[in-house]
Design a protein around this ligand. Structure first.
Ligand SMILES: Cc1ncc(COP(=O)(O)O)c(C=O)c1O
Length: 478
């Protein structure tokens, strides 16, 4: 694993946490943060004040002497307290390993392996050629907001006007802005676990308090009403619902959502963020229902959606929020000071995506069929592995597998597999397959495998994984 180590060294931030044990000496010996003082460097020749209207004097580069380099490089407590996204870290590590010659199969990333459908690409290229290369309105062009309104009416039974839509630079931004717009410091936000990695961090960024509500694999990782009821109190401001779910692939049935709506209705302060970004990647007989469609829920639901997953447009950075105008306007205000409108070119691509037909038409249906075929292959394959518990995903493109049967196993030359991080490290080192530890999603019993990879690749990964997992002997036989 020399190449693995050298990649770890070239990507220190990513690697330190993930390859902590195996690369301890090489990675930790790199001193990235010598004992920085908190003293500020007296910046010679830089004068003036930052108040508006005061002209700062020119910096004379000749007289600028970098005399004291003990610059204060500390970062804010807010930035310090944030956990980096493990999914991104492992994906970047897998890429670095591949670049350094290790034939790692990357099944960590949360993005489709398909290219963006041709009509969308064409629309993006035409947008550039036709001069749609300027700022758009902060909330998005009227053209795309109208198209989103039509989509929400036709596919989700939801009625919105363009001023109730905010187009953002990806759904992640829509979520961040929603939390920032509605949460006051100390407000509680209920996040069912397993959760998408960013939810708790976004909540913390807003000075709100994430309240993690665990679910069970035996219940297909779906919320139990009684658990939800006991988690709500007068401080609860938000509830996250993600269906189909990342990382579990669970889809909330309409009847359960209805019960959640009946409960939520009793609490005037309680709003819901319904993250529907995987709505089109769903396998029959599962059906997607929008939370805002239940009586009384439109008023309190912030519906988040985007183009990244269904339309294979992760790099276009395009998402949106639909909700009551007072909330959407507040989110728009934040966006106007943070990033302004989404890319003009991407918005043209988004209009083309929404023009592909119901639920993305043939283009999206072809991808969903491929995902379903892969899911079926993997579920069958993992069912053959002793001790592994599976909740068959009904949507999205992830398997969230309970491997806790193998925890406690000791491998010669590797050590004891104590949890999901050890197991993923073991699988990465021995099988050269990159997965994400479940602890990143709030469930250490599990590991997440993305099946956004070809069937051939998945077959190879399965074979390699089975090869190394067969070496593990659980400490306590079940
Ligand atoms: C559940 C969920 N919501 C939101 C997002 C954000 O998507 P994007 O910002 O690419 O639109 C992701 C991406 O992984 C996701 O999995």
């Amino acid at each position: 694993m020399d190449a693995l180590r050298s990649a770890a060294i070239s990507q220190p931030n990513i690697a330190t946490s993930y390859l902590r044990k195996s690369t301890a000496t090489s990675v930790n010996s790199i001193n990235y943060s010598p004992s920085w003082g908190s003293r500020k460097v007296p910046m010679k020749s830089v004068s003036g004040s930052s108040s508006i209207g005061v002209v700062r004097s020119q910096v004379d580069s000749a007289s600028y002497e970098p005399a004291d380099m003990s610059l204060d490089v500390s970062v804010s407590p807010r930035a310090n307290s944030l956990k980096p996204s493990k999914t991104m870290a492992i994906t970047d590590l897998a890429t670095a390993l591949v670049q350094s010659g290790v034939p790692v199969i990357g099944l960590a990333a949360g993005e489709p392996d398909f290219d963006t459908p041709a009509p969308i690409v064409e629309a993006g290229m035409n947008a550039i050629r036709d001069g749609h290369t300027r700022y758009t309105p902060n909330a998005g062009t009227l053209e795309i907001r109208k198209a989103i309104c039509h989509k929400l009416t036709d596919e989700n039974g939801l009625s919105y006007t363009p001023d109730q839509i905010l187009v953002s630079n990806g759904a992640k931004q829509a979520i961040m802005q929603s939390v920032l717009a509605v949460c006051s410091p100390g407000d509680e936000v209920i996040i069912p676990a397993p959760f998408w990695v960013s939810y708790p961090e976004i909540v913390r960024l807003a000075d709100a308090v994430p309240v993690i509500l665990p679910t069970n694999i035996a219940d297909n990782f779906l919320l139990k009403i009684e658990d939800l009821a006991s988690a709500i109190n007068e401080k609860t401001r938000l509830l996250f619902i993600c269906s189909p779910s990342n990382p579990t692939g669970s889809v909330y049935p309409k009847e359960l959502l209805e019960k959640i709506a009946d409960l939520v209705r009793n609490y005037p302060r309680l709003l819901v963020i319904s993250d529907e970004i995987y709505e089109h990647i769903i396998y029959p007989p599962a059906k997607h229902t929008s939370f805002a469609s239940f009586p009384g829920m439109w008023e309190r639901t912030l519906t988040v959606n985007g183009f990244s997953k269904a339309f294979a447009m992760t790099g276009w950075r395009l998402g949106y929020l639909a909700g009551p105008k007072h909330f959407v306007s507040a989110c728009g205000k934040i966006q106007s000071q943070m990033t302004s409108g989404a890319s003009s070119i991407s918005q043209k691509g988004g209009v083309a995506a929404l023009g592909l037909g119901y639920a993305g038409g043939e283009e999206v249906a072809t991808m969903v069929t491929a995902f379903q075929e892969r899911r079926d292959f993997l579920v069958k394959g993992f069912k053959e592995l002793k001790g592994v518990k599976i909740s068959e995903p009904q949507g999205a493109f992830y398997l969230f597998l309970d491997f806790s049967y193998y925890y406690g196993a000791e491998v010669e030359g590797f050590g004891v597999i104590k949890g999901s991080e050890d197991l993923c490290r073991y699988i990465l080192e021995k099988a050269e397959v990159a997965l994400v530890p479940g602890d990143a999603f709030g469930d250490d019993n599990c590991i997440r495998m993305s099946y956004a990879a070809s069937l051939t690749t998945l077959k190879e990964a399965m074979q390699k994984m089975k090869g190394v997992i067969n070496f593990l002997r659980p400490s306590v036989p079940v």
